[in-house]
Design a protein around this ligand. Structure first.
Ligand SMILES: Nc1ncnc2c1ncn2[C@@H]1O[C@H](COP(=O)(O)OP(=O)(O)OP(=O)(O)O)[C@@H](O)[C@H]1O
Length: 127
């Protein structure tokens, strides 16, 4: 049963990966989120955050990236279903973008809380 399922699972993994690559290639916001996420992880490593803080940061970054991937999927479906101007098509895209905004604000607040002590130490070292 496992062997029979393996090709299907690998195919699904490959399709999901293709979706991720498509999103990174075509969505400038996604490119920004990936760069921001990597920068946060590097800063977390540099400032030696605790294990719990790692978990929270990874959850925050993952939320933003997955919301952006869903936003991209919704944009693609809307463009396919309604290539012409329609207020509902615009609203669907705005609502999907709103979901990304919520996760991005959440991640920014988490980042400020986690990194505040390290940033304070850093600025005290400079001045
Ligand atoms: N078919 C449409 N009908 C009405 N308004 C639309 C339509 N398509 C897009 N819009 C409006 O234009 C905005 C921008 O849409 P667009 O498809 O360019 O996505 P985007 O915000 O540029 O996303 P990204 O930059 O992540 O690709 C939407 O949020 C929506 O308000």
């Amino acid at each position: 049963m496992g062997i029979r399922h393996k090709p299907g699972f690998l195919r699904s993994l490959n399709q999901a990966w293709r979706g991720m690559i498509y999103t990174v290639r075509t969505q400038k916001h996604m490119q920004f989120h990936v760069v921001a996420g990597i920068s946060v992880l590097l800063f977390a490593w540099w400032s030696r955050v605790s294990r719990f803080e790692w978990l929270i940061l990874i959850l925050a970054i993952g939320s933003v990236i997955s919301a952006e991937v869903m936003n991209s999927a919704i944009e693609t479906v809307v463009d396919m279903a309604q290539p012409n101007y329609h207020p509902l098509a615009g609203m669907a895209k705005d609502v999907a973008a709103g979901a990304v905004l919520v996760t991005a604000i959440q991640a920014a607040v988490i980042g400020m809380i986690v990194f505040a002590p390290a940033l304070l130490r850093f600025t005290r070292g400079i001045f």
